[in-house]
Design a protein around this ligand. Structure first.
Ligand code: GRF
Length: 209
């Protein structure tokens, strides 16, 4: 029997990646369930997804806590309560406190809409990434799914998929093509994790066939 993982989603936005992951779970492609959704934005679209799918959800904004430690403790207790095996960042715009990163070392994934280490790092998120790709005149961009470490967009890379930049692309048209690829490969990476097929040595992630 394949173990079913409890996943926690952290998201700040509309939640299209979360919807794609839920579809993959529904189709039996990921042996896991989304057990809780956490967002730092009270009006984020992700809450509509959680309500529609009857997933427990929490609004937790680090800015509402006096000390980072207090925020960290609340998040850790929510994760414990749901017996979380994997944290999935799906458009989450806040930094994850280092205590949570070390407790969940190599059990936190992020998706980035470019081929890291290009077009990543502090300040490069959302449309800013696609603007930077177009401004730079890059011919290829893509999607990266990686484990999260203490630095932005830096942890071990799990999967990357290239996307060609067309001459007539705008940041918007490019973002739409990239987003379709995001929806495919995030589920793939999560499925590999849930099946126990990812091994990490240093910065390298090996996928067992
Ligand atoms: C995606 O483009 C993702 O790569 C980035 O934030 C966006 C989230 O989109 N990290 P959604 O909320 O999943 O629709």
């Amino acid at each position: 029997m394949v173990k079913v993982f409890n996943i926690a989603i952290f998201a700040s936005g509309r939640g299209s990646n979360t919807r794609a992951i839920l579809e993959s779970i529904d189709r039996g492609k990921i042996h896991a369930r989304i057990s809780v959704v956490i967002s730092n934005k009270s009006d984020a679209g992700i809450f509509n997804v959680a309500v529609e799918r009857k997933i427990p959800h929490r609004y937790l904004n680090p800015s509402d806590f006096g000390l980072e430690e207090e925020y960290t403790n609340v998040v850790l207790s929510v994760l414990d309560e749901h017996d979380i095996g994997l944290i999935v960042l799906a458009g989450y715009l806040k930094k994850i406190p280092s205590t949570i990163i070390s407790r969940y070392r190599n059990r936190i994934m992020n998706i980035h809409p470019a081929l890291l280490p290009a077009f990543g790092g502090v300040g490069l998120y959302g449309m800013r990434v696609h603007n930077a790709v177009i401004d730079h005149g890059a011919k290829v961009t893509g999607v990266t799914v990686h484990f999260v470490d203490e630095e932005y967009d830096h942890g071990p890379i799990i999967i990357q998929e290239p996307v060609r930049v067309n001459d007539d692309d705008t940041p918007e048209s490019l973002s739409q093509r990239v987003l379709r690829v995001e929806h495919e490969i995030y589920s793939k990476a999560i499925a590999l994790f849930a099946e126990g097929r990812l091994t990490i040595h240093g910065r390298r992630v090996y996928i067992q066939q």
